[in-house]
Design a protein. Structure first.
Length: 356
């Protein structure tokens, strides 16, 4: 009788193991098992497909040969320390894939105990988290660049206010005190009169207005996107001496604020890039609305650039333009080749404001 039960028990055990291996092989995760001696005794099909190595090569500590050299020591120390405590653990390390590329894995190990309470080893599962790692690193890098850009913009505004506006006001205050008075040591000459002082005050006011409008355009709020962009183009042309042709066709006057602001900022950024990098002698801007879509094209005849190379190290300007379009459900594209100018294209669904 005891022999029969033992035989039945062995058969049940083998059947349970067969079912486990079948389920493990079709599971969408990499699974491993170790015995009570820390040595691995099983890897499922997904693990073997990932590493491209036969089961015999992975058993025992063979799997560790695929761990990145920089991660191996910490990985093994973490594994052994938790194994000895018989506690669940989590760790991340890089494992070489069958094509030679190292991929980041998130590995979770759970202790196994027999029905009598004795420790039987561990079972673990792994997920490839390389894309998550890359996204987190990209986000961290972008955050750092955003902070840097913010500080650079603050520095630029502070310098412009201090070195330009502040200095002009200081000189103007002195000229106001001496207005119309004779210049010492220069017979027949007098300091600027009230009219000249007034003209200088007007010039300072215009420069302050330009700084203010660059940060926030009242025209966008009160005159609509098309008019605001036309004003921006005129002021840009006057400042940088680069002709800008701006045409708007069938553009609704009351666009939703976020949509209008996104297109306005893209135009600002495109103009800024053209003035700073392209060396363009002419810029054309066309805005149209057709079939429920708002379209913007900004093209210049500048020196152009290699778009593929620029994407690898895209500046915040290109990133911000693309992100602004994404936030309003639109599309952003840029075409350029060295010596053939640049063309920026944006398209987004027309959304009208609900405010009367």
């Amino acid at each position: 009788m005891k022999v029969r039960w033992r035989k039945q028990g062995n058969q049940a055990g083998r059947e349970g193991e067969r079912r486990f291996r079948l389920l493990a092989d079709v599971a969408p995760v990499m699974i491993w098992m170790s015995g009570a001696d820390r040595l691995c005794i099983y890897f499922n099909k997904r693990w073997l497909d990932f590493t491209g190595r036969p089961l015999e090569s992975e058993l025992g500590n063979g799997w560790s040969k695929g761990v990145h050299p920089d991660d191996l020591q910490q990985c093994m120390e973490h594994y052994v320390a938790n194994f000895d405590r018989r506690q669940e653990f989590h760790m991340e390390y890089r494992l070489r894939r069958h094509d030679g590329e190292y991929r980041w894995l998130a590995d979770t190990g759970v202790p196994l105990f027999s029905p009598d309470g004795s420790f039987a080893g561990y079972v673990g599962s792994c997920f490839d988290i390389s894309e998550i790692k890359s996204a987190a690193e990209a986000l961290s890098t972008l955050n750092a660049r955003l902070i840097e850009a913010q500080e650079q913009e603050r520095t630029r505004i502070a310098r412009e206010l201090h070195d330009d506006i502040g200095t002009s006001l200081a000189i103007l205050s002195v000229e106001m005190l001496r207005s119309g008075q004779p210049v010492s040591g220069a017979p027949g000459r007098v300091h600027p009169g009230a009219t000249e002082v007034y003209e200088k005050m007007q010039d300072i006011a215009r420069r302050v207005s330009r700084i203010s409008h660059h940060l926030h355009s009242p025209a966008l709020e009160y005159m609509g996107m098309a008019k605001a962009i036309q004003i921006e183009c005129r002021e840009f042309s006057e400042r940088f001496r680069i002709p800008v042709e701006c045409s708007c066709h069938d553009v609704p006057a009351k666009l939703e604020q976020a949509l209008a602001l996104s297109f306005f900022r893209v135009v600002q950024e495109a103009l800024h890039n053209a003035a700073k990098h392209s060396g363009a002698a002419k810029i054309e801007i066309e805005i149209t609305s057709d079939a429920g879509m708002l379209c913007l094209v900004v093209r210049d005849n500048g020196k152009g650039f290699d778009v593929d190379q620029t994407r690898l190290a895209a500046g915040l300007g290109l990133i911000s333009m693309k992100e602004r379009m994404r936030l309003v459900g639109g599309e952003f594209a840029i075409r350029s080749q060295p010596g053939q100018g640049t063309e920026v294209t944006c398209r987004a669904p027309v959304i009208l404001t609900t405010i009367s």
